[in-house]
Design a protein around this ligand. Sequence first.
Ligand code: 0WD
Length: 253
Amino acid sequence: MLENKVGMIFGVANQRSIAWACAQACGQQGAKLAFTYQGERLKENVEKLTKDMPEAVIVPCDVTNQAEVDAAFESVDKQFGRLDFLIHSIAFAPKEALEGEFLTTTRDAFLTALEISAFSLTQLSLAAVPLMKDGGSIVTMSYYGAEKVVQNYNVMGVAKAALEASTRYLAEDLGKQNIRVNAISAGPINTLSARGVKNMGAMLKHIAEKTPLRRNVEAREVGNTALFLVSDLSSAITGETIHVDCGFNIIGI
Ligand code: 0WD
């Protein structure tokens, strides 16, 4: 399905990362992939995970460092000369902002969370456009806390709301170039980032009882939806936030 397509994947931290599930789904369909990692601490993880992908490009990219962002896209240009899709699967907020009341969020925590978790989508999209010569697809990861209040999610909910709005504005700007931009609103999955949210275990249990499908979503299922969104099967879908949450968001009382 993705033969001859080149994708860039941001946000593989370890084998549990949603980004890695996306990479596996797209890799299995023949995509050539470039992976970015944030800081030396994650380099080895990404190298190990991709050892059976000889063509993979692996480059450092902390989105707070514009020089690294530019260099990452230059590497992809040099290696492949094009880009067809980009998967943005990164977020960060200081741990202390992910508990207690939203009211006490500091300026620093707010700016950091919004910069890394929301602005980076626009930043990376701008860098991707010149390489998306035949159109393209950009996919980002959101969460229900963008729409409704979720205890402890706090400033990350505000960042995800900005991320979903950015998805719509980018979709409008880039549609003329046949570049689509969509978000996946994934149900909670026990990854490294998720552990930063207080009471994650209790939340997973509650959700498994309440969803129409009576279970939690698996990273693999989010990866498959990302595959759909970067493939031509979704060619008329842009600016959307698609829930991949076993139906949790449709439940009222
Ligand atoms: O329940 C979940 N796990 C959900 C996650 C439900 C719904 C959405 N999401 C979102 C997250 O908010 C995030 O946007 O999915 C995305 C991926 O999250 P993940 O797979 O759950 O988490 P993880 O495996 O930790 O990957 C996120 C990575 C970072 O990992 P760590 O844990 O080391 O912070 O984002 C990357 C980093 O690799 N990251 C950055 N990348 C570039 N520059 C930066 C940065 N400054 N900061 C964090």
